[in-house]
Design a protein around this ligand. Structure first.
Ligand code: XBP
Ligand code: MG
Length: 248
């Protein structure tokens, strides 16, 4: 397979652009307390719950697993309760991010900047909510953060969450690119499966919550993106293409 010229970088948000999950965990617990529930997730529990992509799906999964008899009573009431809890959580998360509690991971901004100056497209593919993306990137990049990205696919555009490749396929379609023209950046096994499922070579930068995941099939697994350049990405992609061509 002849190596294709890399044309776009596609970034996951939570855990990849920023190590956000501790803030998400605190926001979930704040929402449960605000709603008068005796639910409280600790880090070990949340590490497991992160196997479920999507905050609403995570709440429902926990509710079914711990109070199954109640949850099946009425779908509407359950859906409304989950939505209300998630709204409370999203508001709490927004407050935490705006108070400066969350920072971008090393090398992310520098790599994005170099990619933009070299004419590569930038996109986001995430299962988080649009307001969370805006809150995080407005704080980290500034009020014009949206201008940095050609395409953003998120929980509002892709209801089928990772590891389903839907969110990545939406980005490729919107950018009119093939998976082999792009590179994805993820932090979790669900994210890796979603990106590779869309045919996109993927660089993994795990966090404390995902370090134990199986990252087989990743182009690279790195502690973070500090010092990573566009030339590095092109070399890694070409070598991988050459190796797969050799195997073909
Ligand atoms: C990670 C997720 C999200 C966040 C919480 O998203 O699975 O659900 O944990 O955000 P990413 P919401 O694809 O960016 O890694 O509560 O808005 O879902
Ligand atoms: Mg992630």
């Amino acid at each position: 397979m002849t190596p294709s010229r890399m044309q776009a970088l596609i970034f996951d948000v939570d855990g990849t652009i920023a190590d956000t999950e501790r803030a998400h965990l605190a926001a979930f617990n704040h929402a449960f307390a605000e709603a008068g529930l005796d639910w409280r997730w600790d880090e070990a529990q949340y590490t497991q719950l992160l196997e479920i992509s999507g905050g609403k799906e995570r709440i429902l999964h926990y509710w079914r697993a711990t109070r199954g008899e109640m949850v099946d009573v009425s779908g509407t009431a359950v859906g409304e309760t989950v939505q209300r809890l998630h709204d409370l959580k999203t508001a709490a998360y927004e407050t935490m991010v705006n108070s400066g509690g969350v920072h971008l991971r090393p090398g992310v901004l520098e790599l994005m900047e170099e990619a933009r100056t070299r004419g590569l497209g930038l996109a986001i593919a995430t299962t988080t909510s649009p307001v969370n993306i805006a809150t995080l990137l407005r704080k980290a990049i500034g009020p014009h953060w949206r201008l940095s990205f050609s395409v953003i696919a998120d929980a509002s555009s892709a209801p089928v969450k990772k590891p389903d490749p839907q969110v990545y396929r939406q980005v490729l379609q919107a950018m009119k690119l093939r998976g082999r023209d792009c590179l994805a950046f993820e932090d979790s096994a669900n994210g890796l499966r979603a990106a590779t499922g869309a045919g996109i070579a993927t660089v993994i930068t795990p966090t404390h919550f995902t370090a134990h995941h199986d990252f087989g099939g990743a182009l690279r697994v790195l502690p973070d993106l500090a010092g990573v350049t566009v030339n590095d990405l092109q070399d890694w992609s070409c070598n991988a293409d050459a190796r797969s061509g050799a195997l073909a």
